[in-house]
Design a protein around this ligand. Structure first.
Ligand code: WTA
Length: 648
């Protein structure tokens, strides 16, 4: 975040106590819960775990050999059983689980029993394709119910899923398949997005040219002939053909609490994405409780998390949390501006959505579009709002509260990460006095701290690095296939503490104000993208000698990708080449990583030991006075770059 934005943030004085209605009826009404959890965290989490169905009870709540955690040791359970069978067997079988709307305007409503039936059938399909407990299954799909069904089918048979966001390129998909050594790929012929179609199967074919672990591909027919999808004999199968004669019952696998539930890749500070590993008992316990308490989920709520399931938010707030709680949810396939900018509010009105969750970048976009779009719809059904993914500026918070929430809905600013499993710094709607721009305080049972360079706790009023000091059930267990990197990335900077990579300030009331990443990870429109990944994609182009990438403050997206590129000898930096380089990055990683700006630089500023000084590039891009340049090998390089940048 730019310095100015931080100053504005920390000057925020407005506060919003819980509305009266919430105080009376919320799941959590008594602040003593924080003390109870602090005094005996194991008893607190064990009580939460008991809400789930266990085939076999655990023997021990926690085994903690820092940084290795085992929760609910010896317990056996199944995630799909908890998200489906439990409801089907207890009076919710006819309740709508998913109210789905396709972008072109088609729709389907699936009851809990419908989802349960399809999950059982698809679990049997996977078994027939040779998938066994422990085998990885890769899912590369758009936002259609079959994605949810496939995820639960995987966990029903104990096969960890690895969902790859449908906006990722063929190469990104290939790398993720290969890292996980997935056996089966489930995809769709295509998906609808902003009035056009995304060629999912075509991308998958390109990825599979170099992903030998995949033995079978299952393809959902979503788009039809228009997709131009080709099927390869023996390897590719249509979903509907396999489902036609699949048996209706599949015995849920009795999974050990610590058996892997899924892998989800996220960007780190190196070019190679990390496969974050979550396990069954701890993750499910954490997400069930966090969803229930933070969103105050009740029997007749209509919950809508408008995130993509390709990211952790969709895993936790669509597939696992709401379904474990047995609520009805809305799921939408497309973009907010198709066919017009009123789409989301039309959906809220049509289905009577009561809880709505989105990202600050989306809220800032809605702000720019203007109040007439929400204004044209009756949004009175809403009673609670959520935001996640990046720091929210107070103006966007207040706008969201006023124009979407009608001034009556508490706004839950939830801080968390793929690694943490569920929100850890977050308000509780019936208890917390909200301050716009602050994610407020740690969830019960979570111990956080703000520390300085040396790992010393910074007193209230000061800023530093956000760390987590005690284990919690839904914490990641390792990086798939790379335990050393897990220890190195998260547990080495401050021994014994989990390092989040986020900067944070605590005010005098103990409220946490997240200030953005302190490492080489950008947050572009709520998506985590590593500077190194974009740099590798750039230097992969035949004209590029060297590249340095930074996140530049951006009004809507939070950060925009800005690249400084030096070209190989004899190559001229033309405008056409800028476009070509942007397209190259989009092709290598996916459209979300397309640089917003590319600037040619004869040389990049480096320290005497040869490290690129990104801090200076950030200063140049944000138009700030430059920091200390004394360690630079050639200070003239920066001066020249700055001059050039200001001219552009
Ligand atoms: C950022 C998304 C401020 C943060 C759930 C974190 C936030 C990264 C917030 C994780 C928030 C997420 N306020 N920053 N409410 N929520 N972040 O893994 O920098 O995609 O480290 O998980 O997003 O991104 P990830």
């Amino acid at each position: 975040m730019a310095d100015k934005a931080i100053e504005v943030l920390l000057d925020e004085r407005r506060s919003f106590p819980p509305p009266k209605g919430f105080k009376k009826s919320a799941h959590v009404r008594n602040a003593s819960v924080f003390n109870t959890a602090r005094k005996n965290p194991q008893a607190f989490w064990a009580k939460a775990a008991k809400e789930l169905h266990w085939f076999k009870p655990w023997k021990k709540v926690l085994e903690w050999n820092s940084p290795w955690a085992k929760w609910f040791v010896g317990g056996k359970l199944n995630a799909s059983y908890n998200c489906l069978d439990r409801h089907v067997n207890s009076g919710r079988k006819n309740k709508a689980a998913i109210i789905w709307e396709g972008e072109p305007g088609d729709g389907r409503v699936l009851t809990y029993r419908d989802v349960w039936r399809e999950v059982n059938k698809f679990a049997n399909v996977l078994k027939k394709l040779g998938v066994k407990k422990g085998d990885r299954v890769c899912l590369y799909m758009g936002m259609i119910p079959e994605l949810v069904i496939a995820m639960h089918a995987c966990n029903r048979i104990g096969a960890p899923h690895s969902v790859v966001f449908g906006g990722f390129s063929a190469e990104s998909l290939r790398d993720r398949i290969n890292d996980a050594q997935a056996k089966v790929l489930v995809t769709a012929d295509g998906g609808y997005r902003r009035g056009t179609t995304v060629p999912l199967k075509k991308n998958a074919d390109e990825a599979l040219a170099d992903a030998p672990s995949i033995e079978n591909v299952v393809v959902v027919k979503r788009v039809g002939a228009e997709s131009g999808a080709q099927m390869k004999d023996g390897r590719d199968h249509w979903w509907e053909d396999l489902m036609a004669d699949a048996a209706l019952w599949c015995e849920p696998e009795k999974m050990d609490s610590e058996d892997m539930l899924y892998i989800l890749y996220t960007s780190g500070t190196t070019g190679k994405p990390k496969g974050i590993v979550h396990t069954t008992g701890g993750y499910l316990t954490g997400v069930t409780l966090a969803n229930k308490w933070i969103f105050d989920m009740k029997e007749d709520d209509i919950f809508w998390c408008a995130a993509d399931i390709g990211w952790v938010t969709g895993h936790t707030h669509i597939v696992y949390g709401p379904m474990a709680n047995g609520v009805t949810q809305v799921m939408y396939e497309g973009t907010p501006d198709w066919p017009d900018r009123g789409r989301l509010w039309r959906i809220v009105e049509k289905y009577g959505v009561t809880i709505f969750h989105t990202a600050p970048t989306a809220i800032r976009t809605f702000m720019r579009w203007g109040t007439e779009y929400p204004g044209e719809h009756n949004l009175k059904s809403l009673r609670l709002l959520g935001t996640v993914g990046e720091p929210i500026n107070p103006e966007a918070w207040v706008w969201y509260h006023k124009y979407i929430g009608g001034g009556r809905c508490p706004v839950m600013d939830t801080w968390w990460q793929t690694e943490t499993g569920h929100p850890l710094i977050t308000p509780l709607p019936g208890l917390t006095k909200l301050k716009p721009g602050s994610a407020t305080m740690p969830f019960p049972g979570i111990e956080a701290d703000v520390v300085d360079e040396k790992g010393q706790s910074v007193p209230k009023g000061g800023g530093g690095y956000l760390v987590l000091t005690k284990p919690w059930p839904a914490m990641m267990r390792t990086i798939y296939g790379d335990p050393d990197r897990f220890v190195q990335t998260y547990w080495s900077r401050f021994p014994g503490k989990y390092f989040t990579g986020d900067g944070c300030k605590r005010d005098k009331d103990g409220y946490y104000w997240l200030l953005g990443r302190v490492d080489d990870v950008m947050n572009v429109a709520g998506h985590r993208i590593s500077t190194m990944e974009v740099e590798s994609a750039l230097v992969d182009h035949s004209s590029v000698a060297e590249a340095a990438v930074i996140g530049k403050a951006h009004e809507i997206k939070g950060q925009a990708i800005c690249a400084f590129v030096s070209l190989k000898m004899g190559i001229d930096g033309s405008a056409a080449l800028v476009d070509e380089l942007k397209a190259h990055v989009a092709k290598k990683i996916g459209p979300i990583a397309r640089p917003d700006e590319i600037l040619y630089a004869a040389e990049l500023p480096k320290t005497r030991s040869g490290k690129i000084m990104r801090r200076l590039l950030r200063d140049i891009a944000d138009g700030r006075a430059m920091g200390d340049t004394t360690t630079l090998a050639d200070p003239a390089v920066v001066a020249k770059l700055k001059e050039q940048y200001e001219e552009e």
